[in-house]
Design a protein around this ligand. Sequence first.
Ligand code: EPZ
Length: 417
Amino acid sequence: MDKLRVTGPCRLEGRVRISGAKNAVLPEMAAALLVEGPVTLENVPAVRDVLTMAKVLRHLGLRQVALEGSTLRAEDDGVREPEAPYDLVRTMRASILVLGPLLARCGRARVSLPGGCAIGARPIDLHIDALRRMGAAIDIEHGYVVASCGRLKGAEIEFPKVTVTGTENVMMAACLADGRTVLRNCALEPEIADLAAFLVACGARIEGAGTPTIVIDGVTRLRGTLHRVIPDRIEAGTFLMAAAITGGHVVIEACEPAHLSAVVALLKECGVPLTAGAGSIEVRPDGQLRAANVTTHPYPDFPTDLQAQYMALATRADGVSVITETVFENRFMHVGELRRMGARIVVRGQSAIVAGPAPLSGAPVMASDLRASACLVVAGLAAEGETVIDRIYHLDRGYERIETKLHALGARVERIK
Ligand code: EPZ
């Protein structure tokens, strides 16, 4: 089990290129099940979740699902066995994204329930309710979602709560349904608009992706195409926090500042001098960080996926920051590890109250989930001495070569096999 050794404190200097968005490419890979002919995705991050999704797709019968550099190719020659097995799905809950495409393309699917993870129960009831509304018969048997349908039918569906992969699963299924589907209270994340752009390029008829109401008129077939994946706004936000906590001077390139408005606004409130350019954001060193409160919400508000990384930064800010998590029920696993590094944090219900600036000292710590591990890297950059982060397979799920990128910015980071 690999570990990461971070030696601080350091000051990051230089330029870093952001990779493609993991949470855009995962649904786009699942969408390859919907289309005939080859699919080529460019700007794909070489992260573990992409390799896991490729395994799932090969298991479902797609040929040549292979990543060469940052280009992924997949070709469907008729999905044979529409079953996504537990041993693959349990390692990545996003595998549930094959459910809608399999139902739409083959009329049946057997997908393992994803199970919970460190940050919460992660139910998929909203996915299932919506697909039932489109005519699918769905049962839960022995830990599997067992689904079948004739041709799915267009339907009017209002999501009782905003769900990113729920919106994506149903939007994909609706592309091949009979008639019009209207989805209301949809998630607004940029990854949804990117998925819709890919599907429209394959011949789908979708209006309104990126707004609360999406209208899909079903067609009978979709053809593969080439698509360039949007930059990863969460990786970009993670590097913003890393630059800010070290008082560094970093230019973050190949990113999309428009996807980070709430993050840029919060960091400016903390006194971090930021300049957003076309496709880049520059972080300059400046005086003392100021405390600032934040509450996580669905896009376009501050993202839950950057809550842990911001908490690391807040431990070094002057004053008290109240960080409130409203999206997931258990996303404070990093608090205990930060406290072992000297952070002063107390949790009250859904809020973590951070008093700073606390001097951080390096310590052996444990990653619990993808973004908590990123938080510990950010804290380690500012901590005095060595921070050894265990279980960094969590980190490898969503960050491409993070130690190489940080090393190029002057950080002392090494992977211990
Ligand atoms: C997506 O997860 C992302 N994953 C998550 O990123 C991200 O944290 C999350 O959206 C919120 O932005 C991918 O896109 C692959 P949700 P998702 O459905 O779709 C509840 C990362 O670090 N809910 O929007 O699973 C759910 O429990 C990952 O890259 C139901 O109750 O999140 C949660 O409280 C972590 N029933 C809330 O809704 C459902 O059927 C939002 O979940 C579905 C969701």
